[in-house]
Design a protein around this ligand. Structure first.
Ligand code: SF4
Ligand code: SF4
Length: 194
C-alpha cells in the first residue's frame, strides 16, 4: 500500500501529562469503537458521543445523519476536558486503554501526509512548546505511527462505506435516526469482522 516512510530525527518520550488528550476532540471509527467495546464490554454510549459537524471546520471522517443534522462520532470528555479514558495517577493523566486506544490517538505530537505513496512525518507545529515529551528520551522510532497510518486508512475506508449505508437508510426513512440505533447498526454490521 505504501512504499515506506520518511521521518525527522526527533527525540521524544511521552511524559504522560495528558494535555493532548484534553486539548483535542477524538473522532473515532467503527474499528476503534468495536475494539474498545469488545475489550471493556460496556455500552458504547458510555464512552462515545456525537459532535455536530456544523460546529467544526470539517474533519476527515464521514458525517453521520441523525435526527437533526450531521455528526461525527467522538470519544466523550469530562467537564474538565479530560478524555473519558484518562485516569489520574498522581499528577499524571494516563490512558486507561493505551493498548487499544483509537488510531488517531497514536500520532500526537506528529502529523503525516502521503507523497507519492511515501508516508512523511513531521512534528505538529502546535505541539512545539506544548508537548513536554518533545526533546526527551531517545531518537523516536516511527514504526508505531507508520502501522497506525496503514490501519487508519483501511478503517476509514470501511467506516465511510458503513456510514454511507446508514445515511441511505435514514434518507429512506426506514430506521430511527437516533444515536442508539446507529450504534446498534454498527455493532450488527461489524461485530464478527473486527
Ligand atoms: S502532550 Fe505530549 S507528553 Fe503530554 S501526554 Fe500528550 S504526547 Fe505525552
Ligand atoms: S483514548 Fe487515551 S490517548 Fe486517546 S484521548 Fe483518551 S486518554 Fe488520551
Amino acid at each position: 500500500m505504501y512504499r515506506g516512510y520518511i521521518a525527522p530525527k526527533i527525540y521524544f518520550k511521552c511524559t504522560l501529562c495528558g494535555e493532548c488528550c484534553k486539548r483535542y476532540w477524538i473522532p473515532i471509527t467503527h474499528v476503534d469503537l468495536l475494539r474498545i467495546y469488545k475489550k471493556l464490554n460496556i455500552d458504547p454510549l458510555s464512552f462515545i458521543t456525537f459532535f455536530r459537524k456544523d460546529l467544526t471546520t470539517g474533519w476527515d471522517y464521514p458525517e453521520i445523519l441523525l435526527e437533526d443534522g450531521e455528526y461525527y462520532m467522538i470519544l466523550s470528555k469530562r467537564p474538565d476536558g479530560s478524555c473519558i479514558f484518562n485516569r489520574y495517577v498522581g499528577d499524571r493523566l494516563i490512558c486507561k486503554i493505551h493498548e487499544i486506544k483509537p488510531l488517531v490517538c497514536r500520532f500526537y505530537p506528529f502529523i503525516y501526509w502521503i507523497d507519492d505513496d511515501i508516508v512523511k512525518f513531521e512534528v505538529l507545529d502546535k505541539a512545539v512548546g506544548f508537548c513536554p515529551g518533545l526533546g526527551q528520551g531517545p531518537p523516536h522510532d516511527f514504526e508505531v505511527e507508520y502501522r497506525a497510518v496503514i490501519e487508519i486508512r483501511k478503517a476509514k475506508e470501511e467506516y465511510r462505506r458503513l456510514v454511507e449505508r446508514w445515511n441511505k437508510l435514514v434518507e429512506r426513512g426506514v430506521v430511527d435516526p437516533s444515536p442508539e440505533r446507529f450504534i446498534r447498526f454498527l455493532l450488527n454490521a461489524c461485530l464478527d469482522e473486527v
